[in-house]
Design a binder for this molecule. Structure first.
Ligand code: ARG
Length: 465
């Protein structure tokens, strides 16, 4: 069945039909399409295009179609052009010719935008839930080792000691911003396009506000041409997905390193690692590698849609059909990667002794010593030089910070007071970092409590959606 054809004399090329059909992927929108069409049937009733009895029969038939569509075999053998055509054909099979009234004053251009918006609105909710689950798991992992110390890196070189919870809270903040981004995208998705017609506004005076209310949208679109050709709500969604994947990928990269034999700070559960078909000793972090790998595909989706839209003349063009596969895929990768990361976090254990040893074997306390000199009146530039020399000397002599004492320090440079030797222990320098946002024990304890509160509030407010 086709929703058009009167104007044509020649048959469609079968190759073109196959080339242009989208049912094999837009069938994913079947429930959204039915939901939108149900609301639209009621709008047609209000306009007296449908009689109450016709509308009732149509609504019943839509319910049946929704039930039947639960079974994926429902689509077997269907050759319809797209999901909209498929649903109308199914409707016709149930209610007869009255189904043909369903396209009165409605275009597939607005219908497809509506379906996508319905789909992405609930996709955004799924992402928010999964982000929340992961964030809660990160907090639990922080709570397990409240005092553990790890080396913080810059340039992948041991830089300064930080608390393990401080490190995890950094990711918590990234994911908290991701939640904001997804919520903002959701706001712009949450706009109802029906009534726009093909591009010029419908020829029937539908009560668009009533349609929006019925479908739970916060607003109606303001311009029919914009509604027909716009996909930036989908770009917003893909950008949100991309930044989530970017953050997940960095977390994955860290944990792949930290769980390697070279680091051995964390151990990943057997359940999220795999072995080698050849090398019996291997325990590989494939779950994290796949997260890192999938991120590239999601960035590709964002780029792909950008390029698809960039040169399109106003308003709708069939190019826009190419938005869907990549969008669905990006959503699936992102929500699955979030769920995977949560399971990995659940399985991970920290080896606090190893991480601490990595601090103690290095000169990660060098900044603490220099700052202590500066607190005692030495200019920071001079302090930096003195400690730099101390590090150089130690490296030559194979000494670690713990090999120095108050006396040997004072003998090394007169600026050192013997009591400054306490800063050779990593916990001492961290105590100086109690300002908000720092890695001081109290600051981190407070940050952890605040994070728990924020997450709780976030989850409560998303429960009200
Ligand atoms: N399958 C189309 C899409 O995904 C639906 C809209 C078709 N509209 C049209 N005028 N051909 O964009």
């Amino acid at each position: 069945m086709k929703l058009w054809g009167g104007r044509f004399e020649g048959e469609a090329s079968t190759f073109f039909e196959k080339f242009s059909n989208s049912l094999h992927f837009d069938r994913k929108l079947v429930f959204e399409d039915i939901e939108g069409s149900r609301a639209f049937a009621q709008a047609l009733l209000r306009e007296r295009v449908l009689t109450p009895d016709e509308c009732r029969r149509i609504l019943e038939a839509f319910s049946e179609i929704a039930d039947e569509a639960q079974d994926p075999r429902y689509f077997d053998g269907a050759e319809d052009e797209d999901i909209h055509t498929f649903v109308i054909r199914k409707l016709g099979e149930k209610v007869g010719p009255v189904a043909e009234k369903m396209h009165t004053g409605r275009s597939r251009n607005e219908q497809v935008s509506l379906d996508l918006r319905l789909y992405l609105r609930s996709a955004a909710d799924t992402l928010l839930d999964r982000l929340g689950d992961l964030m809660s798991e990160l907090l639990a992992l922080a709570r397990k080792y409240p005092d553990a110390v790890i080396p913080g890196f810059t340039h992948l070189r041991r830089a300064q000691p930080v608390l393990w919870p401080h490190y995890l809270l950094a990711f918590f903040e990234m994911f908290a911003r991701d939640c904001e981004r997804v919520r903002q995208a959701r706001e712009r998705i949450d706009v109802m396009p029906l009534g726009s017609g093909a591009l010029a506004g419908s020829g029937f005076p539908f009560d668009r506000e009533a349609l929006a209310q019925e479908l739970g949208f916060r607003a109606i679109s303001r311009n029919s041409m914009d509604a027909s050709g716009d996909r930036d709500f989908a770009l917003d969604f893909l950008y949100g997905c991309s930044v989530i994947m970017l953050h997940l990928s960095r977390l994955a990269e860290d944990w792949i390193l930290y769980s390697s034999e070279e680091f051995n700070w964390i151990t990943l559960g057997d359940g999220v690692t795999s072995g080698s078909s050849l090398m019996p000793q291997k325990k590989n972090p494939d779950s994290l590698e796949l997260i890192r790998g999938k991120s590239g595909r999601v960035f590709g989706s964002l780029t792909s849609l950008f390029v698809t839209i960039k040169g399109l003349p106003m308003t709708y063009n069939r190019d826009l059909q190419e938005d869907k596969e990549t969008l669905f895929e990006a959503f699936d990768h992102t929500s699955e990667s979030l769920a995977m990361a949560k399971i990995v976090a659940q399985s991970a254990t920290l080896n606090p002794g190893k991480a601490l040893a990595a601090v103690e074997e290095s000169w990660a306390v060098a900044t603490d010593l220099a700052e202590e000199l500066a607190r005692n009146g030495v200019s920071f530039h001079r302090a930096h030089q003195i400690v730099g020399r101390l590090v150089l000397e130690s490296l030559k002599a194979g000494k670690k910070p713990g090999d120095w004492t108050g006396d040997t320090l004072a003998a090394f440079a007169p600026e050192f007071k013997p009591e400054m030797a306490r800063l050779l222990a990593p916990s001492e320098g961290m105590e100086m970092r109690e300002l908000p946002g720092g890695t001081g024990a109290q600051a981190v304890r407070r940050a952890l409590e605040e994070a728990e509160q924020r997450l709780k509030q976030m989850r409560e407010s998303s429960g009200e959606r």
